[in-house]
Design a protein around this ligand. Structure first.
Ligand code: NAP
Length: 491
């Protein structure tokens, strides 16, 4: 373990106990796994590495806790969640520091992510009190039908490294509000944020076993979560490839699934758009988190009559972006998560250049330590390039021209993914037509940011199913039970 990094991280925290409990004391014979700093490539610290048997024991604990937790009053669950939201908000700075250390994003973005996550907790604190059932209209004189909403049971949440705080809270909050208990398996790159969130849940007063974090290799922990009969639901955010595997693995036990998978978002700029606003929207959408977001614009489609005007504005702005450590004020782009991520971006660029794309800016990794990559624009992209078909998950943007509305819609929809799509236009008829024609779970019009706790977040096609946020997000953790009361006196 790198003592320097470990101590440095604790020193940066106002409340080092947020991590000390899990990092500080190494038990005898305990297996640990390393966490790396993507800005330097150095080891940051180690966390306990659970084996399958330990994970199974935690599932059983979660089930014992659920039998009590499901009977708690909605008002009590709401109060605990409000207290949790208060604690997440009060510890925003520490949670942001932990996230920047393990994930690399600029501290300002990390602070924003913590605030975003806290809003989900607050939202579901309120929803806990609104799990209305139904009374069906009377069908026969001697019977009455009622529909109840009940907690699903023990649920697993498997989360990715790109949003290590908000992806956890977006699952945990509705699950707890519904009366489920949750086991979180964070990405092995970024377990520290989840561990700190679990520490705050304990401080908020959630009973033991209601929220637990399992750190360990997915090859060992994954099968426990998909095969254990006491785990009734699995909410996953990650790649489409892994989502498909989890779907197969969960089939044997017919588990309830919610899958938030990969995306390949088109960003369309029509000739009638406000081009300056479109550049700003594109920057927010494409280069946030160095392009490592599922809803990032992965391909830019520009109407041919404004291609030159738009490209000039875009290049000027992109060339001003600053790359560096997330802890340095003014950094726009932090490092990519690891060497494999850099290689994937390089592979996409090499393939595009070989097939005729033109490099307008960027296109290279930074020398020295860490996984930094310069923001890159590729002109004259064509449909056969890999970058136009696969998620890049990095700061590289291919640009393709289109003639008219119908061609733009066809190009945008020509993908197996269906998470997010964006377009800029000021023509109301076009806005309605294009919004209704795009086959995606979320459409952003004249904005590059559309994630909110108030709106359902999720995809269609190979981007998954199920929703997070809004009043719909809690349904992923509820069962409907129909109750028929018979033998009543006919009136
Ligand atoms: P990933 O490789 O699919 O991993 C996601 C999580 O799944 C990690 O916790 C990982 O654990 C675990 N995992 C991997 N293989 C597993 C298996 N066989 N069984 C059980 N768990 C397994 O994705 P990622 O690289 O972390 O995240 C990037 C991807 O997430 C992108 O495709 C992005 O689009 C997608 N994403 C989607 C959304 C959305 O809302 N739709 C949001 C954010 C990200 P280990 O780290 O231990 O392997």
């Amino acid at each position: 373990m790198s003592a320097v990094h470990h101590d440095n991280l604790l020193l940066r925290l106002k409340r080092p106990e947020l991590l000390r409990a899990t990092l500080g004391v190494q038990k005898q014979d305990e297996e640990r796994m390393p966490v790396y700093d993507p800005a330097t490539g150095a080891e940051l610290c180690t966390v306990p590495r659970l084996a399958a048997e330990e994970a199974a024991a935690m599932v059983e604990e979660a089930h014992r806790s659920w039998r009590i937790w499901k009977r708690s009053g909605a008002g009590d669950r709401a109060a605990l969640l409000h207290r949790y939201a208060d604690l997440v908000a009060a510890n925003q700075e520490d949670l942001a520091v932990i996230m920047t250390a393990e994930q690399g994003k600029p501290l300002s973005e990390a602070r924003g992510e913590v605030a975003h996550g806290a809003r989900y907790v607050r939202w579901y604190a309120e929803e806990a009190k609104r799990l209305y059932g139904e009374v069906q209209p009377q069908e026969e004189g001697d019977r009455r039908f009622f529909t109840l909403k009940e907690a699903l049971g023990v649920c697993a949440a498997i989360t990715p490294w790109n949003f290590p705080c908000s992806t956890v809270l977006r699952k945990v909050a509705p699950a707890l509000a519904a009366g489920c208990t949750v086991l979180v398996k964070p990405a092995s790159h970024t377990p520290l944020s989840a561990l700190a969130l679990a520490c705050l849940a304990k401080d908020a007063g959630f009973p033991p076993g209601v929220l637990q974090v399992l750190c360990g290799p997915s090859a060992e922990i994954g099968p426990v979560l998909t095969r254990h009969p006491l785990v009734r639901g699995l909410s996953f955010t990650g790649s489409t490839e892994v989502g498909k595997k989890l779907m197969q693995a969960s089939a044997a036990m017919v588990k309830r699934l919610s899958l938030e998978l990969g995306g390949h978002a088109p960003f369309i700029v029509f000739a009638d758009a406000d081009l300056d606003a479109a550049v700003q929207g594109l920057l927010a959408c494409k280069f946030r988190n160095s392009g490592q977001t599922c809803v990032a614009a992965n391909r830019l489609l520009v109407q041919e009559t404004v291609l030159d005007a738009f490209s000039v504005r875009l290049l000027q702005t992109v060339q001003q972006l600053r790359i560096g450590s997330g802890f340095v004020a003014g950094t726009d782009l932090g490092p990519l998560i690891n060497e494999a991520a850099v290689c994937k971006v390089e592979g996409h660029i090499d393939d595009a250049l070989a097939l005729g794309a033109e490099l307008a800016c960027g296109g290279r990794r930074l020398g020295g330590s860490g996984h930094f990559f310069t923001p890159t624009i590729l002109m004259q992209a064509t449909a056969t390039m890999r970058i136009m078909q696969e998620e890049s998950f990095g700061p590289v943007l291919p640009v393709q021209a289109f003639r008219d509305e119908n061609e733009a819609i066809a190009m945008a929809n020509d993908t197996p993914y269906g998470l997010a799509a964006y377009f800029y236009s000021r023509d109301i008829n076009r806005i309605i037509k294009v919004a209704e024609s795009l086959h995606f779970g979320m459409v952003g019009i004249n904005t590059g940011r559309m994630s909110s706790e108030a709106a359902p977040f999720g995809g269609v096609k190979e981007s998954g199913f199920g929703r997070e946020g809004s009043r719909h997000g809690i349904d992923e953790f509820l069962e409907l039970k129909s109750v028929c009361l018979g033998g009543l006196e006919r009136r």
